[in-house]
Design a protein around this ligand. Sequence first.
Ligand SMILES: [Mg+2]
Length: 218
Amino acid sequence: MQPAYILFDLDETLYPASSGLMKEVGRRMTEYVSGFLKVDPEKALSLRRELTRKYGTTLKGLLVEYDLGTAEEYLEYCHPTDVNKYLSRDPELAQVLTALAVPKSILTNSPLEHAERVLVYLRVRNCFEHIFDVRFNNLSGKPDPEIYLKTLSTLKRDPEEVLFIDDRLAYLLPFQSMRGQVLLVSANGREEAQSHRVPVIGDIKELPDFLDRMAAAE
Ligand SMILES: [Mg+2]
């Protein structure tokens, strides 16, 4: 079925991982955890990996296991305001997204202000109706199944009619389990995705071709 709605992840889906922006966010997260729990950076990094594995995100792990009372401070600390230092503008991205007649929104684990900064810099803010961010999701995030349900109910859409696009397979699988349509954007990880019957494109600008192939196969 051709999607009637498309949900896009933000980071490393609308721009390439090679930008280094999320590497910087990750570095800051480790730095924050190191200061908050008073452990060295190596220990902080291994704790973050453990929390992400168990709870989906570092933030949720800190809230559940360490009673973090400074979530807002954490979000501000971890997300650089100078996104232009990392990202490069690609005029083709705006062309591709604008040409897609299907309504679109963002579903991200980042805070709204980070999403706004990235979308404005990439000149695609107007392409999206809503930004469903970490606060909309009560500081939880993908891959928690609840947040997909909350997003769908806000959009008044059934999962079957929505295509969700992300650069992480683990974030796509819960949506796929709800019978939603999914697409991985990744330069690698193709084999693992295919073993879960998740289609893959190497770059978001290949989306129109992917949709054309879907339509042709119907
Ligand atoms: Mg991402």
